[in-house]
Design a protein around this ligand. Structure first.
Ligand code: HEM
Length: 406
């Protein structure tokens, strides 16, 4: 198949459910393939799947993130485009520095007891659900990062349902196939509501500061010592939670079937911290929650021999790069003890995921506890995937516990 056929297949329902055969087909064509001028997928000049090449573009600060046309007129796009995730240096450097200062090892260390508390509470609920089947996503994968992030950022737990619905509307719009006028309108309303929500929360924390991230950031912004406006603070908080939430849900929901399909690993996980770390990274390599990134060329150039005109976008499929046979022998095999380069699941370069350590901590602590308490945990039905390639993951996963460990 040529690149146009492979992309058409990838965007079909079938491709969205299982994109990996399309990625293998793209690897056969080479590390980067030009998209022909008249192809329906010409919104990008080329598609890159080679691990080294994708990393090369992401590490090169000259390749940049292009804002969508007309972003100033849409509340949701205006919010995104005033956050570190979507801007380029020097604004990116300025905003990221403020947040990077608050993601200290001390704050991460302080989060550990909260992660344990959240995991234990959720496992108790799973035990109460008994041995009958229940949805692992609803009972564990979803609430786990939501509760941890609420604690980390400082969102009252009672507000989480309101918050979650707005986040979902923004994520639905961000999917490549999600940009309908209805979804845009829903995402605009959601962004406006989240802005109001944070404005209230910030005012509250200003009056009554706590130990959370918002209190720390409000104090820094009010002192005038950091280069972040009040408007940018709100945008960045919205994007931070969005970036932290569904990605980590999918780390758990995509990871569990992989783990249960390898009973030797699942059994060895409790009590083996090195294995737990390797397992989290291998889950993210094989079943990356984020599949697509894009960067625009700073000028007329070439990438792996493929010409790219200045300001044209290249699609960077990090989930395909993570299965590059040139870098990961037997790329489809789950092997948590595999040596080799780090995967690109958290990106690399300037925009490397700011919260990678938070998700890794959640996974490393939660998965061993889950399997220690429910050693006979089993998947009851084939999982249902989200159908999005922007954020790909299992939305529903029926399991039964098989009872608690003796
Ligand atoms: C398994 C879970 C996660 C995955 C797979 C993931 C993935 C990614 C990826 C691929 C990027 C790079 C985007 C780009 O280059 O365009 C990114 C950026 C980012 N992530 Fe994560 N992420 C996860 C969890 C988190 C968490 C828990 C947080 C917050 C606590 C977070 C906050 C961010 C932020 C703020 C950025 C933007 C950084 C910048 O632009 O400088 N992420 N993430």
């Amino acid at each position: 198949m040529d690149v146009t056929q492979l992309l058409t297949r990838l965007y079909s329902d079938e491709g969205r459910q299982d994109p990996y055969p399309c990625y293998a087909g793209l690897h056969e064509l080479g590390p980067v393939s030009p998209v022909p001028a008249r192809a329906e997928h010409r919104s990008v000049a080329a598609v890159a799947v080679g691990y080294d090449l994708v990393g090369q573009v992401l590490r090169d600060p000259e390749w940049y993130k292009q804002p969508p046309p007309g972003w100033q007129e849409q509340e949701v796009l205006r919010t995104l485009q005033t956050s570190m995730m979507f801007v380029n240096p020097p604004d990116h450097t300025r905003m990221r520095a403020v947040f990077a200062k608050t993601f200290t090892p001390r704050r991460l260390g302080a989060l550990e007891p909260a992660v344990h508390r959240v995991v234990d509470g959720l496992l108790d609920r799973m035990a109460d659900a008994g041995e009958t089947g229940f949805d692992f996503v609803a009972e564990f994968a979803y609430p786990m990062p939501a509760l941890v992030m609420a604690e980390f950022i400082g969102i009252p737990a009672g507000e989480l349902d309101f918050y979650r619905q707005r986040v979902e509307r923004i994520d639905e719009f961000l999917d490549v196939a999600g940009k309908t006028p209805q979804r845009l309108a829903a995402a605009n309303t959601a962004a406006a509501e989240l802005r109001d929500f944070y404005a209230d929360l910030i005012a509250h924390r200003r009056r009554q500061p706590g130990e959370d991230l918002i209190s720390g950031l409000v104090e820094a912004v009010d002192s005038g010592d950091v280069g972040l406006s009040a408007d940018e603070l709100v945008s960045n908080l919205i994007v931070l939670f969005n970036a932290a939430f569904v990605t980590t849900v999918y780390m758990f929901s995509n990871g569990l079937p992989l783990l249960l399909a390898h009973p030797d690993v699942a059994a060895a996980l409790p009590g083996d911290d090195a294995l737990a770390r390797g397992t989290v990274d291998e889950i993210l390599r094989l079943e990356a929650p984020v599949h697509f990134l894009a960067r625009a060329a700073p000028r007329d150039t070439e990438l792996g021999g493929v010409p790219v005109a200045g300001d044209e976008n290249v699609l960077l499929i990090i989930a395909a790069a993570n299965r590059d046979p040139a870098r990961f022998p037997e790329p489809d095999r789950f092997d948590p003890r595999r040596p080799g380069p780090p995967s690109l699941a958290f990106g690399v370069g300037l925009h490397f995921c700011l919260g990678a350590a938070v998700s890794r901590l959640e996974g490393r602590l939660a998965l061993p506890k889950l399997l220690a308490r429910f050693p006979r945990l089993a998947v009851a039905e084939p999982p249902a995937y989200s159908g999005s390639l922007f954020l790909r993951g299992i939305d529903k996963l029926l399991v039964h516990t098989g009872g608690e460990a003796a």
